[in-house]
Design a protein around this ligand. Structure first.
Ligand code: ZN
Length: 244
């Protein structure tokens, strides 16, 4: 069985480290944008200048790579520490490296920052004040009073565009850790002779999907379907014949 306390710790400290990585990338992107700000002007976008765009993408790719590596490292540690029969490489292959999703979050970050920089230019904000405002309104920039002129559909939210990019990076990585870990655990329990499992809720997060899947016996042959980092559902394994 996965050590649940260890899983919770890895997921929590991944979150803390992702915040640090995100803040560093944000500061680097802002400093970079600032050096092109006057040249590009009020309708700022990173792609307006090819050299700027290439440098900005490099910062985002670095952020993706570090997030993916961090999740991988934590998954390996978790599987090695608590499972006997599962292979951590197989678990990682099962989840994928998440790079595509992390990159997507990075490109959303560039779109979001471009709007922030336009707002900063219009309001004559300093670089530091802009950073403060971005952090303050990270969960929803449209709540920032200076965003009142920005059309609501500018960022295409609801079409795979998460409002909070830090939260998105966090959930992607946590998904890799939990998903890979649960998969490895399922392999391990099969090898140990488990016959069925019951899916239990690991949090009281309001989720109809997980609520609907919980508390019924599932034959061991059916892989544990991991779904949400916020729900933290987990399998309770059984070794006697499955009840009818
Ligand atoms: Zn859920």
């Amino acid at each position: 069985m996965l050590n649940n306390e260890e899983l919770v710790n890895e997921v929590a400290s991944y979150k803390g480290d992702t915040k640090k990585r995100f803040d560093a990338a944000l500061a680097a992107l802002l400093a970079l944008a600032w050096s092109y700000r006057d040249q590009i002007g009020e309708n700022f976008s990173f792609s307006a200048n090819p050299v700027l765009y290439e440098q900005a993408l490099a910062i985002c790719r670095e952020l993706s790579d570090r997030c993916s590596e961090d999740a991988h490292k934590r998954l390996i540690r978790l599987v090695e520490d608590s499972l006997d029969y599962a292979d951590e490489d197989v678990a990682w292959e099962q989840t994928g490296d998440g790079i595509e999703s992390f990159d997507m979050a990075g490109s959303h970050l560039l779109e979001l920052l471009a709007v922030w920089i336009s707002v900063a230019i219009q309001n004559s904000w300093t670089q530091n004040y802009t950073k403060v405002m971005i952090s303050r309104y990270l969960a929803n920039p449209f709540l920032c009073p200076e965003w009142k002129e920005i059309p609501l559909d500018t960022l295409a939210w609801g079409k795979g565009y998460a409002r909070n990019i830090l939260e998105q990076l966090t959930l992607i990585g946590q998904g890799l850790i939990i998903g890979g870990g649960r998969y490895a655990e399922w392999v391990d329990e099969q090898a140990k002779g488990a016959t069925y499992y019951i899916r239990r809720r690991g949090s009281n997060y309001d989720c109809d999907v997980c609520e609907g899947l919980a508390n019924v016996p599932i034959p061991i042959e059916v892989p544990f379907e991991y779904s949400h980092a916020r729900c933290m559902c987990y399998p309770e394994f059984h070794y006697e014949p499955m009840p009818l």
